[in-house]
Structure formats: structure tokens, C-alpha cells
Design a protein around this ligand. Sequence first.
Ligand SMILES: *[C@@H]1O[C@H](CO)[C@@H](O)[C@H](O)[C@H]1NC(C)=O
Ligand SMILES: *[C@@H]1O[C@H](CO)[C@@H](O)[C@H](O)[C@H]1NC(C)=O
Ligand SMILES: *[C@@H]1O[C@H](CO)[C@@H](O)[C@H](O)[C@H]1NC(C)=O
Ligand SMILES: *[C@@H]1O[C@H](CO)[C@@H](O)[C@H](O)[C@H]1NC(C)=O
Ligand SMILES: *[C@@H]1O[C@H](CO)[C@@H](O)[C@H](O)[C@H]1NC(C)=O
Length: 673
Amino acid sequence: MWSQIIAASWAFTACAAAPLLARNFPAGQCVVDVKIETCGDFNCKLDGYHRIDAFLTQRIEANEIKVIEEGKEAPEGTGWYPAPHSAHEGVTDQGGPTLWSRRDYDLQQAGKVVDLVVVRPGRWANSTEDFVRSSVNLGLGEAAGAVAFEDYREYDSVSSGWIYLEYTVAGPRDPITDVQVVACSGDSVGAHCGNELLGKGWKRRDTDLNGPTANGSHIYIFTTTQLQTNRECVTSLKVVDDENDKTVSVNLNDGTTGDELYLEVTKARDEDCITSIRPIDTSRYFAEPWYDVVTDSNGQPADVNAGIGSADPIFIYTSKLVERPRKEPIKLSFSSDGTFRIALFSDLHHSHHSAICRDVPEQIEADCSEEYSFAFMGAVLDHTEPDLVVIDGDLYAENDRKQDKTTYPQLTDGAIVKAIRPIIERGIPFAVTYGNHDAEGSLLREEIQRAMDIQPGFVGSRGLNQLDGIGNYKLDITKSKDSEDIAHRLWFFDSRSYTYFGNGTNSGDYGRVEQSQVDWYSANADASINAMAFFHIPVAQISDAIGLNTTARIGVHGESVCPQGNGCSNTPKLDDPYVSLFDAFVNAGDVKATFSGHDHSNDYIIEAQGIQLTYDGSAGYTAYSAGDANYNREMRVIDVAEHGKTVSTFKIIDDILAGTVHRNESEPIVTLF
Ligand SMILES: *[C@@H]1O[C@H](CO)[C@@H](O)[C@H](O)[C@H]1NC(C)=O
Ligand SMILES: *[C@@H]1O[C@H](CO)[C@@H](O)[C@H](O)[C@H]1NC(C)=O
Ligand SMILES: *[C@@H]1O[C@H](CO)[C@@H](O)[C@H](O)[C@H]1NC(C)=O
Ligand SMILES: *[C@@H]1O[C@H](CO)[C@@H](O)[C@H](O)[C@H]1NC(C)=O
Ligand SMILES: *[C@@H]1O[C@H](CO)[C@@H](O)[C@H](O)[C@H]1NC(C)=O
């Protein structure tokens, strides 16, 4: 059950939005590039760059790397050390990686500024879709820094101590100027396929087009944005089976029993350029609305694995989006009859690759796929017509196919698309919290948040930089469409992943909402506004042993409770600081009910000190259910009425053997308050 921590580091955001930068940099200049260089000593200089004396090989525990003005004191804190520092563990005795930033007025005018920097352990891709990776490995040589990633090493078959700094820029995306396909077999396993191109301006799209189930070569698409002399960019891709039409000569089905397939790449001068290409392994084709699926010669979506035995379908998508889509703010308000309905789903556990179903009745086992989760969500959304959808964490989770980590790298990209697709297809506003599994794949919380931020209908937000976790925010529901009066409030907290000792060792306990988040909540809570709170990992008070009145419990207690700051047990510890969130709710008096997922086989409601602590139940067919093969996937409807004064809830189950989706009539509709 345990996995690794991934260091997520915020550095700075787009110039205009970042008071930190506005204060620290001369007016009109923004960070447009970030570099890491290894230096022999601390006096090294890099022309045109400003040096930030961050001590990069120290253990990084999701701390910030801050950019401050040259000559100013570095703030205290782990991960941020003033130079010079003689005891530079890890890389060399003298010097080591130094972080540089470049400020530029002209590039900023062109809308290109660095808006996010992350530090993360090395993975299969040297760069992700949006991110540029520095070439310096911060964790090389079993640095002290690697200690924090001890669990990660066990998890990642490829690397040990690979820690890179990556950044991404806001502003127009560069057109893709060329595409090539690389096939590898034998010792040249998936994760290393085409590595020689990386660092030469090529990026690998990290899906093996033959899929792990196709038995052939590893096939990767590489793209570059380096302008060629003829100034042409890629304007379309097509999958063709006629060798004469091919532009890219590698057979996409190399080594498999499938027909020969090739990519036909159309290029033209400076118009209608493709800016993004991504393959997603899925039981049917979809991606965000601004992506188009690559078709075959008949104009049909091209499953590049079609016809190869039982191989997973893989579709390729392209986007011509130049700027990230702008979104109109969405206002949440009560209907004229004073009601507001929330559809709550948790623990979908999607994968980038089509995943294996877990703990399902044997009658559906052979046929079961992620498609079942999409169908359940879709049916519920059509039936209940909610005003807001909440996904309460673990949109992504590594799947049972993880045992083959080389050919099934744990990618997050497609999982996120899958989790939210039934919602964005229907145009419903939605919010999310992140769970302990969400950042265990290829994307950090920061990157998932970044992907979420541009989704149509997404009303969540990152929250304040200085708080622990990503996605601490509140949503206010106004009395009516035309009113600004706040009638009800929804709080969202990041209960994070796991808990670590100061030395970076996994403590064996789950994550928790930290004091910084609790303080933010306490400072902003208003007892006069009824509120509810959503966070993935429940507070310990949800255990019967603590809530005590077991006769008042409604719903199933099917497995032990694995609450914040604890391992799994029915008698969790309540020592400070683990319970501070609950205490803050009691003290502030606004939160009347909380909703959490995490323990898939628990779906009960229990009251503690006047607060209704509620489990969501799990909706994902690819998620475990404590080994109960007859467990029904379920979700919760939350009906807010009387303009926020009262709230009731009931569960909808996917009665998969009966082929119906309906309310669990064995339970009453529960009035929470
Ligand atoms: C890309 O990452 C792999 C490890 O995953 C590493 O072996 C290779 O050297 C990296 N390439 C570059 C150019 O950094
Ligand atoms: C891959 O090979 C195995 C063993 O030969 C076979 O059972 C399986 O059906 C093959 N998969 C595909 C998709 O052809
Ligand atoms: C890290 O700290 C914990 C708690 O103090 C301790 O139990 C553990 O042995 C330490 N591990 C290492 C590798 O120092
Ligand atoms: C427990 O809850 C039940 C149902 O709400 C109630 O009837 C009973 O009085 C409660 N018992 C205690 C000890 O509070
Ligand atoms: C319906 O609710 C009852 C009472 O909580 C529970 O025992 C039962 O397992 C639920 N049924 C399904 C199919 O989830």
C-alpha cells in the first residue's frame, strides 16, 4: 500500500500574478528561463543569468524553491540554503548544481514567462508534454537527497537518485516542426527507447504505441519544435496502411501480428500548426475537447493496435491550441427553489493504460474494463442532473499491471482525462481533491493541477502557494444567480499522500491536512455560513472507536479505517497534530458535514461532536474493494436545500448484475443537518 513521496516544488508563477516576483525583480522583467549548471566553485558565472544559491541536492520534501533578488538573504527553510555551503553532500565537495534564472523584457512581451518550476525524481520521460527538463541530475551519486526517495527507488525500476528540475512557460505553445517514430526491441527496453534523441531538442511522447499487450517492438513518437530551415510545421497526422503514402518509415505495428501501419505527416509553412501530440491507451477514444483524434485512410479514429489479438486500443491525439484555453469564471448558485445538488464520486483509480478491474463479480470479470466506470458515472450524471460534481481524490492509481513497470510506465496524463471526461462531456461544473495515489504516477500534484486548471467546467483551484498541499480552496454558493450573497460554502483540502519523518523516511502513516492548511481554514471560516468539507483521507474521528455511537452509524463498515496521520486500524491515534483539522471545524462552527473516500469498502456516516463524518464509497471498477467480489460501485448524491440551511444525502449503486443504476433503497435518505 505504501509508495513514495514525490517532491513538488513551487517556485514562481507568471509575472503578473506573482507579487513575490513583482517585489523581487525590476519592473517589467520576468523569469523567462531557468537553468541548472554544475560549477566547480561558488563564484561561477553564467552570462545573462542570475544565480540563485539554492542548495539543490539536499533532501527535498515538497518545499519551495524561491527566487529572490541577488544579494538578499535566503529565507530559512529546508530545500533553500544560502551559499556558499561547504558540506555539499552528494554531487561534489565543491560547488554542485546551481540554479540560474534569466530575466528578459522582450520574451515577456511575447507572453513567454516561466510560470511553474517543479523538482521531481527521474522517470521514463526526460520531459513531459509541457515541461522542459534540465539536464543536470540533482540526485546523482546517492546524494543525501536520495534518501527522501527511498520508497521511490523501490517503485521505479529505471532510476535511483534521478532528480531533475523542470520548468514550463506560460504563453504561446511552439509549433511542432517534425515528428519521428522510433522502434526498439531487445535490450533497448521501453523506458530507454530513443534516449539518444533526448537532449537534442526531441521530446518523447511517453506511450509505447504497441502497448504492452501487443508483443512487438516498443514504438515511440518523438516530436521537436526546432525550426527547420524551410520553416515548415506539422499540420496533420494520419495513420496509413499504404507504404507509398508513408512519411515516417517505421511500421507502427513492428514485430506484431498486425498489419503494417505508418504515419503520414503533412507539413506546411507557418499555418495551422500542431502544437501537441499525445497517444492515450484506452478502451475508446477521447481526450480534451481541443484535441482531435488521428484518423486512418477511411477517416475513422485510428486504433494503432486494431486487429492485434487482444492488444489494448491506442489512439493518437493532436491539438492545435496555441494558448491555454481561457475560461469564463463559473458562478455556483442555488436554484430558484433553494436547492443545489452535488454528485460525489471517489476513488476512480484510472490509469493511462487501460487497467485491470479489481474485485468484481465473476460474471463480469472477463468483460470488465474502465468502460464500466465511465458508464456508471455517465448514467448517474444523466439521471441526477447535478449542479456540481466533486471527485474526492484518487482519480489516478497505479494498476495491477504495474508489475511490468518497463512496458507499463505509470503515466498520469490519460488517467486524468478519463476521470473527468464523463463530466466535461456533459458540461457540468466540477471540483476535485487529490488523494494519496494521484501523484504516484508520472505527474506531480502541481502538474495535475495545471492540467485541471484549463479543463472546461473546472471550478477548483490550486490554493495559496504557502500552504501545504495542492488544492486548498473554498467554493461559495450564492443565494441565486443574480445575488452575491453567500448562502453555503464548500471547503476543499489536500490531505496529501503519506507522512514522512524529518529524515525523509516514510513513517508508515497516511498524509494529513497540515497545520498551515488548518490555520488558513480557521482564519477564513465564518460560523454564519453553513459549510461542508471535502478531503480524500478521512479524519480519525470517523472511526467508530472514537465517534462511539455505533448505533447511529448508517452504512457499511467493510474495512478498517485508514485516516489522516495514521496507518489502517479501527482504533486510530488522535494525538496532536493529527486531529487539528477536526478540532478546527468544531471551533469554527461552520462545517456541519465532511466527505472522504480512501477506504473503498466503508461508506458510512457517523456523527462526532455535531459534525457528520461521511464516507463517499468508491465508484471505480479498477479500484480495490477489500476483496469483496460482490461489492457494488457507488457514489453519493448530496442535496443542499433551503438555500443551504439543510442537507440530505443518499447513495446510488451500480447494480451491475441487474444492469441498473439506482438508489440503495435499504438505506434512508439521511438528513445530515
Ligand atoms: C533520460 O532519462 C534516462 C533515464 O530515464 C537517462 O538514462 C538518460 O540519460 C536521460 N537523457 C537525457 C538526455 O537526460
Ligand atoms: C502475446 O503473446 C502471448 C504469448 O505468446 C499470447 O498469449 C498473447 O495472446 C499475445 N498477445 C497479443 C495481443 O497478440
Ligand atoms: C528516521 O527517523 C525515524 C524517526 O525518528 C527513525 O525511526 C528512523 O530510523 C530514521 N531513519 C533513518 C534512515 O535515519
Ligand atoms: C446514538 O444514536 C442513536 C440514533 O441517533 C440515538 O437514539 C441514541 O440515543 C444515541 N446514543 C447515545 C449514547 O448518544
Ligand atoms: C445498501 O445499504 C445497506 C445498508 O447500509 C447495505 O447493507 C447494503 O450492502 C447496500 N447495498 C449495496 C448493494 O451496496
